[in-house]
Write a protein that binds this ligand. Structure first.
Ligand code: EPU
Length: 431
């Protein structure tokens, strides 16, 4: 098992540029299957979930090649069967539902895995595809979706603004026959990013980034291909911002519009950080000798609300802030599994269901903790920057799913933080 070792107490300084957004890149890779012509996704980071996606694409017969930082695809016939271990490895396997249905006519998808944040049903994906004429069979461990002929257009209202379901139905509608309206759609920037890619390949989508999307389907695969640079990772940007808020110092995050993480920067400002927003980046500064102000009641919500992925990062910042705080996650039932790690470091925290209570003004002591999921793991690394002494974050493969090299990036900013390989089992001496 990989470990990240951190020695706390160093302030951060410098500049950092987030890679392309994981949550754009993963659906974009699936969306390339909809294109009749080759596609290039530029500057794709080497995340574990990207590697899993490349394995998934290869397993269904697709051609994808890494050329330096870019990923290039070429159209080829594909099979509509996702292997069990690849579906289990990441939630993003659900993005293959619509593309494989459209390309292969039938898709068999084992229920997707990913971070254990609580129940993560896919009913809206399936209900929307059924409304477009697909036949859906739900088995205990998988779903099988088929179509006869082209999917048809629909006027469909999502029962909640699911990011994943909006992307599934957007991809399906782009290739369906006729004029689709999707209402109650998710508005996260990654939706507009995927829509921009699909439009560049010949789709006709309007309204991406608003709750009502209108799509004139082309009645088959998209006629073109596209060369696209996915937008920067706003959650990675928030991670660097949280790191400097917790550790102190001054860090400039480049190449990421501050509006992408407006609610998080507002939270940092209220806590007492200095935040300077520019056109294409922002600077966060915090005096390490002045405690931050907690005493907040945060609620996560759909865009442009406080992003659920930033809730554990906010928690790491609030551990040492003055005043008791509460964070409520409106999206996932088990967002705060990282609380066990915070508590092991000496924090007075209590997680129950969707809520996390933090007493604040805690001094943390470095210790051995385990990353429970991707963002919870990043939050424990941040807590380690703030703790006294050495911390070890055992990572059973979570953090690398969303950050190509989080320890390296933090080290460049002056943190004492490095990955360490799995320890070899101790030699046993006999006699
Ligand atoms: N939901 C349903 N039925 C559905 C789909 C969703 O009930 O058919 C519920 C979910 O259970 C959840 C809520 O709707 O309670 C929101 O889920 P959503 O579909 O919006 O999330 P997702 O598509 O599964 C993506 C990101 C998450 C991010 C959320 C919210 C990917 C691969 N994942 O998940 O990112 O937290 O949107 O913004 O794009 C991460 O990066 O660590 C991560 C978990």
């Amino acid at each position: 098992m990989e470990r990240i070792e951190i020695t706390g107490g160093r302030t951060l300084a410098g500049r950092v540029r987030p890679a392309c957004a994981k949550n754009s890149v993963l659906p974009l890779l699936a969306a390339t299957l909809l294109c009749r012509e080759p596609c290039t996704l530029c500057g794709v980071p080497d995340l574990a979930d990207v590697q899993t996606s490349l394995q998934l694409l290869a397993s269904v017969g697709a051609a994808v090649e890494r050329r330096g930082p870019d990923l290039c695809t070429a159209p080829r016939p594909v099979r509509g069967l996702v292997p069990d271990p690849l579906a289990a490895a990441m939630r993003a396997s659900v993005f293959y539902l619509a593309p494989l249905l459209l390309r292969a006519g039938r898709v068999e998808l084992p229920l997707p895995g990913g971070c254990r944040l609580g129940p993560r049903p896919i009913d809206i994906h399936l209900d929307g595809l059924a409304a477009m004429g697909a036949t859906v069979r739900t088995l205990p461990d998988r779903v099988v979706v088929q179509r006869r002929g082209a999917l048809h257009a629909v006027d469909y209202t999502l029962r909640l603004p699911s990011v994943g379901a909006t992307l599934t139905l957007l991809m399906a509608a782009a290739c369906a026959r006729g004029f689709t309206t999707l209402r109650g759609a998710a508005c996260e920037p990654e939706i507009a990013d995927v829509a921009a890619f699909l439009n560049a390949a010949g789709a006709r989508i309007a309204g991406a980034g608003t709750p009502v999307l209108t799509i004139r389907g082309v009645g088959g695969l998209l006629p073109g291909g596209a060369r696209h640079t996915p937008l920067p990772d706003r959650i990675a940007a928030a991670t660097y911002a949280a790191a400097v808020a917790a550790a102190g110092g001054q860090v400039t995050v480049e190449g990421c519009r501050p509006a992408y993480l407006g609610a998080f920067l507002q939270f940092l400002r209220r806590a007492g950080c200095r935040v300077e927003a520019g056109q294409d980046g922002f600077t966060v500064a915090r005096d390490p000798d002045r405690p931050l102000q907690g005493g907040v009641d945060l609620r996560t919500g759909a865009w442009p609300g406080f992003a659920t992925d930033t809730a554990p990062l906010a928690a790491a910042v609030l551990l040492g802030a003055e005043g008791a705080s509460r964070i409520h996650d409106a999206l996932f039932q088990n967002r705060f599994a990282c609380a066990a790690g915070f508590a092991a470091m000496g924090a007075r925290v209590r997680a129950r269901g969707r809520d996390l209570w933090l007493a604040g003004s805690d001094r943390l002591q470095g210790t051995l903790v385990t990353a429970p999921d991707l963002r919870g793991g990043a939050a424990l690394v941040i807590a380690g920057l703030f703790a006294e002494g050495s911390s070890t974050v055992l990572d059973p493969g979570h953090i690398r799913r969303g950050y190509a090299d989080l320890p390296g990036e933090l080290r460049q900013l002056g943190a004492a933080c490095r990955p360490a390989p799995a320890r070899a089992p101790k030699a046993v001496q006999y006699g």
